[in-house]
Design a protein around this ligand. Structure first.
Ligand code: SAM
Length: 484
């Protein structure tokens, strides 16, 4: 075994200084950067990958321990660097000795540094197989899931992008995404899963920063103005929202900035200033000011128009969302008579798309901006049988159950953390005929399904959908039917 010193990666990577380690693969030479401190010593070992964990990391055995190695594929032999600190052991890929057939050259030049995607070193078919296996394994107690719904062009899909700005060590303006699990900005011009238009706009903002007095914010000194830029693109409408997230509400040169941006990108339909003075990882602050336009964008999804605010949730991959919603509504088995609850409803998309086939839709959502959008969206689309309420979905359902109210179908689409017992126990009390559970985290979905199955429901169908190509994330929708 060879001992080697690991190298560290810095945000000035693309401005001349490179501290990256490289590894060779049979299909080409790739830059591979590590997030460890220079002083940390590692051991080099040869390993063979036996499978993937649920984040797409390669599983290997070393010294009687199971380790997870990012970027390694099943069947591959590789040299890895192993870091030990106390009882914690951590391995990183150094060199692939024999490549798996599924290995491809990642099309993104930033892939090995950026944490945004985790599966670009796998062919698209291998990514689908990995996601199918993840769902098949988690959902095994409930039968065989359907084949995953994949995307024909698994790039450029994100309708929302989020760029962070800062200065590198030469005090040059940089903008890009954070390296995984760090606050280190990876400067980049293009992210292959972003809408290309959004990246062009970010480029103009970077040029503006370089040529004006506007300063990016520095998290350490707490000086400067611009922290992030959030861009939302209506993929069908072409409307574009640009949100500057700044550390202060005092925006010197506001008019000039807006004019420059509108001249360079006439397709920007609204711009906002969001003020975030907090030192947390939450991107948006509470205070917001519209710089021009109406402050929202509109997009078309499943044949309906939706108005979207900066802080409201809207599915980030609309092509796949239409497939997901189509499946969810099919699973709901609506005949035009049912009372449908759209829990965790966001801007009302699922409920409003379902409303034409339902007797009545009741939506509940915690985010007040999203609820306002949902009410506006209901009016905009002439929907008369839907009502939206702001509140915690669990509390709302507890109150509904306490009032002895009924629902025929509950469609639920909670955040990654899943639902809670207050919600699930109230659903059980409401005794709907069917539950359609949409989830972006199948692990918490499986946990919640277990509760529902123990409390009177059968799982009658599971459909995985690839909403997030190039990443390990996978969406899943499950149909539950009340036992008679
Ligand atoms: C995955 S999104 C789904 C939104 C919507 N169904 C859609 O497809 O666009 C989850 C939503 O749940 C909302 N949310 C999170 N926690 C909540 C809670 N405790 N009660 C109600 N809504 C909640 C979030 O604000 C977000 O809009």
């Amino acid at each position: 075994m060879k001992k080697s010193k690991n190298k560290t990666h810095r945000a000035d990577q693309h401005s001349g200084k490179q501290n990256s380690t490289q590894y060779n693969q049979s299909k080409g030479k790739h830059k591979k950067t590590f997030g460890h401190k220079r002083s940390q010593k590692s051991i080099t070992a040869e390993v063979t990958c036996s499978g993937l964990n649920d984040e797409g990391k390669g599983i290997v055995q070393w010294n009687g321990k199971q380790l997870e190695v990012p970027l390694l594929l099943p069947g591959e032999k590789a040299e890895v660097n192993i870091f030990q600190k106390g009882r914690s052991v951590h391995a990183e890929l150094s060199r692939v000795i024999s490549s798996a057939e599924e290995r491809v050259d990642p099309p993104c030049p930033y892939y090995y540094e950026c944490g945004g995607c985790q599966l670009q070193h796998m062919s698209n078919q291998a990514q689908s197989r990995f996601k199918q296996k993840t769902i098949d394994t988690l959902m095994k107690p409930y039968g065989k899931p359907e084949p995953i719904l994949t995307m024909d062009h698994p790039y450029d899909y994100r309708n929302k992008s989020h760029t962070t700005f800062g200065l590198n060590h030469n005090r040059q303006v940089i903008g890009g995404l954070y390296a995984q699990n760090t606050h280190e900005i990876i400067p980049m011009d293009r992210c292959l899963i972003h809408d290309p238009k959004a990246d062009e706009i970010v480029q103009t903002i970077k040029d503006y920063l370089k040529n004006s007095k506007m300063q990016p914010y520095n998290e350490d000194t707490r000086q400067g103005f611009l922290r992030h830029v959030l861009i939302k693109v209506g993929k069908v409408s072409g409307e574009i929202m640009v949100v500057l997230v700044a550390a202060s509400s005092e925006f010197k040169g506001k008019k000039k900035f807006v004019k420059t941006m509108r001249q360079a990108h006439p397709d920007i339909t609204t711009m906002l200033l969001n003020v975030n003075k907090r030192d947390t990882s939450v991107v948006l602050g509470d205070q917001e000011q519209v710089l021009f336009g109406k402050g929202t964008i509109t997009d078309t999804l499943c044949g309906l128009e939706f108005e979207i605010s900066s802080k409201s949730f809207y599915q980030i991959n609309p092509v796949q969302t239409e497939k997901l919603y189509g499946k969810a509504i099919e699973m709901a088995g609506l005949t035009g008579e049912e009372t449908v609850i759209d829990a965790y409803c966001g801007i009302g998309t699922i409920g409003l798309v379902a409303s034409g086939k339902a007797g009545k839709v009741i939506g509940v959502e915690a985010n007040k901006d999203a609820v306002r959008d949902a009410i506006r969206n209901s009016k905009r689309n002439g929907v008369k049988n839907a009502r939206f309420y702001q509140g915690d979905a669990g509390e709302f359902m507890v109150e509904m159950a306490a009032r002895g109210e009924q629902a025929d179908v509950v469609i639920m689409d909670p955040p990654r953390s899943g639902s809670d017992e207050a919600f699930l126990s109230s659903v059980v009390k409401l005794q709907p005929k069917r539950i359609v559970y949409v989830s972006c985290n199948p692990e918490t979905q499986a946990r919640d399904l277990e509760y529902l199955v123990k409390n009177g429901f059968n799982v009658e169908g599971i459909q995985p959908v690839d909403m997030f190509p190039q990443t390990y994330h996978v969406e899943s929708v499950a149909k539950l039917v009340r036992k008679v």
